[in-house]
Design a protein around this ligand. Structure first.
Ligand code: ZN
Length: 209
């Protein structure tokens, strides 16, 4: 059994937690909620990872606060720091399931699609992250999408995939021909979903613009 520590904005605090819980002699996983710019004290992600591994962490990574691809970038920087220091450990990621201007009370329109999640799972896997999950905003079907994207690597589909046909099967039987025409992976991977609501902007305005 592992002990998981998460949601640290300061690596210093995370190091203290790892040091204390290491006395349990159980494997420790620890994730920070930081951006590619580093922690709240400006410690870069690579150095954060090195400090955590030196403190005894067996798995390091990122959770919460930012979207999947930004979190993948941060873990990549952590990995680069570890490689430079010739340290090796498992990597972990649990990003948000939505993007931010509507945080926290108007997020339903910003939920990721399952196909966004499949792209994220592939990116994370390609970086060498082995513990791939989700934090706030991830629903059960998002987690299933991670398992489905990586079914070939894992050697099996998750049990929940028995309920429907991935990419094709469910749509091939659809009564409407224009829906049947969407029964391929390419259609869903290339779709840019519109927000669609009357008088809503099609794009959010980031705070720094
Ligand atoms: Zn979260």
């Amino acid at each position: 059994m592992h002990i998981f520590l998460q949601f640290f904005e300061h690596v210093e605090e995370a190091v203290w937690a790892v040091e204390v819980l290491k006395t349990s002699s159980k494997p420790i996983g620890v994730t920070l909620c930081i951006s590619p710019h580093g922690d709240m004290d400006g410690v870069p992600p690579g150095e954060c990872a090195v400090r955590l591994v030196k403190a005894g962490a067996d798995i390091v990574g990122i959770n919460c606060h930012l979207d999947p691809l930004t979190c993948v970038r941060t873990v990549k920087l952590m990995k680069a720091g570890l490689d430079k220091a010739r340290l090796k450990t498992h990597l972990m990621i649990q990003p948000l399931g939505f993007s931010l201007p509507e945080f926290p009370f108007a997020l339903e329109t910003r939920a990721m699609t399952r196909w966004d999640v499949q792209k994220y799972a592939r990116e994370a896997y390609n970086v060498g992250i082995c513990y791939i999950g989700g934090c706030c905003g991830f629903e059960a079907y998002h987690i299933r999408a991670i398992a489905e994207e990586l079914a070939a690597e894992r050697g099996f589909l998750p049990p929940a995939s028995e309920k429907y046909g991935l990419w094709r099967a469910a749509l091939e039987m659809h009564s409407k021909p224009w829906v049947r025409a969407r029964a391929c992976r390419e259609y869903w991977e290339n779709l840019l979903p519109a927000s669609g609501r009357p008088k809503c902007p099609s794009m959010a305005t980031p705070a720094d613009e």
